[in-house]
Design a protein around this ligand. Sequence first.
Ligand code: HEM
Length: 272
Amino acid sequence: MSHDAAPNLDFAGTTPYEDYVQADVLTHLQHPRSEDPGEMVFLVTTQVMELWFTVIVHEWETATRALREDRLPVAMDALKRSMRELDALNASWRPLAQLTPAQFNAYRSALGEGSGFQSAMYRRMEFLLGEKSASMLVPHRGAPRVHAELEKALHEPSLYDETLRLLARRGLPVPQAVLTRDVSRKYEPSAEVEAVWASLYEGDQQGELVRLGEALTDVGELVWRWRNDHLLATRRAMGSKTGTGGSAGVAWLEKRAQKNVFPELWTARSHV
Ligand code: HEM
């Protein structure tokens, strides 16, 4: 082909780009509810974050399955992709990070009782991290597909459950009670699991299980950063007012943001 060949312009129907990306659908899903020009970026940032949640859930489900099947390199690749995606997710706070209360108030009432708390994809992320809670399905009773997906995720072992099962198969003393726990319940930290991580971290730093521990620690750190960036953006935009979702607002988010993801990976560090 010659170097100055121009792209094709002639397609019988919609373009192959459109057929693949569905950009026409995607770019017509923005329906602001106020006249305020600042609402558009609030809405689109929220939609962009939903898309990142979707990709990250995909990666963590891939990693969870691969761990179950003892395919550690496949799991590591998915976890590493998710780190870059979490970086991009966290960078998307930028347009909302410095809202003043007056700017936020200009469209806040248009949100009604709508709140990110009702995000089913965020809830699936939390479930994969081990933050299970059946009550988080309640808001989705009216949406059958979403509810069914969440219910399935509630009853499946999390990324962390599969990690601990893999450690047990590799001969590490993960307690039976942890391996056979009811996976639909929130994961509770265990002193024995903490000791397993501490013993691994004392050994070969290049070992594949230490690398897995570090990949999960990176994930945990980036999720913690998302929660804290959200908390800061909220504190700037609305101080200590109650949330549109009905919570105490910043005080409630502070408690959520304090929690460590994969707790023993953090506490084990004191014992190495
Ligand atoms: C400056 C803009 C924002 C403010 C002021 C804000 C405020 C809040 C508040 C007060 C809550 C607590 C629940 C409630 O009462 O509503 C909450 C929860 C939540 N928000 Fe936001 N939010 C903002 C932007 C976003 C964006 C862009 C997303 C992206 C999807 C998001 C996702 C979430 C999620 C997932 C929760 C639940 C967190 C959990 O369950 O721990 N928020 N938000």
